[in-house]
Design a protein around this ligand. Structure first.
Ligand SMILES: Nc1ncnc2c1ncn2[C@@H]1O[C@H](COP(=O)(O)OP(=O)(O)OP(=O)(O)O)[C@@H](O)[C@H]1O
Ligand SMILES: [Mg+2]
Length: 455
């Protein structure tokens, strides 16, 4: 949404309620707040006193509360408008989908009309006739807000649309935004596909169950049904997102080792990567599946993206939460690694304990405050193997990034065990690499470091 849309939306909304249009000062307040100006600046530009702006702003928020909620204020105005706009777009989409829903077996299948042209499909591709991708996002979470991620999205689009990568893993810590970025990606590239489906592995389905579900989805609009998933992947452009993939991996082992009885997933992933077809499978996971590194090394149409924290734009989270002391927001962002879920949780704590004051939180708290983050960090620690825990505890004692060719003498692990543990921790996104003077050095995620140190 741009600022003109916002002003027009507010004008229409207030006109519907009161029969009155926005005053020029109200327009200036909306424009200023949307552009993150403060009241004194708005007053200066409008050539009136700050107290007048405050009084008029209070009236304006009052008029918009019916639309945007009782807790509306200048800090959360932008995010509330964005959210409302998004929900209204989704519900328009949903209305049109429900009609299609009735036609196709009562299942929630979303069909989105596309006016854009797609990449060339085989002439007999069923969706080529209708130009309408069929989308099922029943299993996907909601996406209330989305900031940043421009470069990650363009990397993913390049891999999928230009390089025709067949298997992509997006891995990283819980709550880092894997599901969020995948949803945004779908929004941006949906017209390039015939079918898009999102399936979650939360309940650890057997591979055969997953494949049956996929075949049912593809088969509803393609008759006669095809024998295998790869056949559908060849005949149409399918985008399949498998979320929560870590559920099929074992705890207490190195990263990406399948649970007993789930090893056939590994073969399935490999088949997707190595067979010729025009589709893409995206895995969202806390850890990289073990065969991905080898497939990547052989450059077999496989890529993986380690999703890290958000950049500066994530301070919008603080604005949306209604935090104050904007000059300290960047410090808070850096402290919690731009991790969106952690930022949301810490922002809630700051509201609860410090009336939203980031300055007071930062000055009153000596060590890194973890609070409600601890159970989340526990859930990562619980999954580690014995050797990973040893390497992690050793890394937590190091003041600087480490050169792993230097044997960790204090650690009880042999050199190969140590290397394997570091590699596995990196495949979970817990350990990261920096290049210093042409050498790779490794360091533990600073929030985990603080967490381990205080245990
Ligand atoms: N780019 C973003 N902008 C704003 N909020 C975000 C962004 N990415 C994630 N979030 C928020 O952070 C929270 C966690 O995001 P998400 O569910 O995508 O994480 P995840 O990596 O999929 O976690 P998990 O592995 O536990 O499923 C959500 O509340 C989401 O709205
Ligand atoms: Mg997720």
């Amino acid at each position: 949404m741009n600022v003109e849309d916002v002003v027009q939306w507010a004008n229409n909304s207030i006109f519907d309620q009161t029969g009155e249009h926005l005053t020029p000062l109200h327009e200036a307040i909306l424009t200023g707040v949307w552009q993150r100006q403060k009241y004194p600046q708005i007053a200066k530009e409008f050539n009136c006193s700050e107290s007048h702006v405050k009084k008029e702003a209070a009236k304006l928020w009052e008029k918009l509360r019916e639309e945007l909620g009782e807790d509306l204020n200048k800090y959360n105005f932008s995010s509330k408008v964005e959210k409302k706009h998004r929900v209204s777009n989704i519900s328009h989409l949903h209305d049109s989908l429900l009609q299609i829903d009735n036609v196709i077996c009562g299942q929630f299948i979303q069909t989105i009309k596309s006016s854009q042209t797609r990449s060339p499909f085989p002439p007999d591709s069923p969706q080529n006739k209708s130009q309408s991708p069929i989308i099922d996002l029943t299993d996907a979470p909601e996406l209330p807000y989305f900031y940043d991620r421009t470069s990650e999205l363009s990397t993913l689009k390049q891999w999928i649309l230009q390089a025709h990568t067949r298997l992509i893993t997006v891995y990283g810590l819980s709550g880092i935004g894997k599901s969020a970025i995948a949803l945004k990606l779908i929004e941006q590239i949906q017209t390039e596909f015939d079918y898009i489906i999102w399936l979650s592995l939360t309940h650890t389905p057997a591979l055969s169950t997953l494949q049956t579900e996929l075949k049912q989805f593809f088969g509803r609009s393609q008759q006669p049904p095809l024998p295998t998933i790869i056949d559908y992947f060849r005949s149409s452009r399918c985008l399949v997102i498998l979320d929560d993939v870590q559920n099929i991996f074992s705890s207490s082992q190195l990263a990406g080792q399948y649970l007993a009885g789930y090893e056939d997933y590994g073969k399935f992933f490999k088949q997707i990567a190595t067979s010729s077809h025009q589709s893409c499978l995206i895995l969202l996971s806390w850890e990289k599946p073990k065969e991905i590194a080898n497939l990547e090394a052989e450059n077999l149409s496989t890529r993986s993206l380690h999703l890290k924290g958000l950049g500066q734009q994530a301070t919008e989270i603080f604005q949306q939460k209604g935090l104050v002391d904007e000059e300290k927001w960047s410090d808070l962002l850096a402290l919690y690694q731009g991790h969106p879920s952690w930022l949301n949780i810490i922002a809630a704590t700051i509201l609860e304990l410090f009336d939203g004051s980031v300055s007071r939180f930062l000055s009153d708290v000596n060590d890194l405050f973890l609070g409600d983050l601890e159970p989340i960090l526990d859930s990562h620690l619980e999954r580690l193997s014995g050797s990973e825990k040893k390497a992690l505890y050793w890394l937590a004692t190091q003041n600087e990034s480490v050169d792993i060719s230097r044997k960790a003498t204090e650690s009880e692990l042999s050199q190969p065990e140590f290397w394997q543990a570091i590699q596995s921790l990196a495949r979970r996104g817990l350990v990261e690499k920096v290049l210093v003077g042409g050498r790779s050095l490794f360091f533990l995620n600073p929030v985990f470091k603080a967490y381990i140190q205080c245990r």
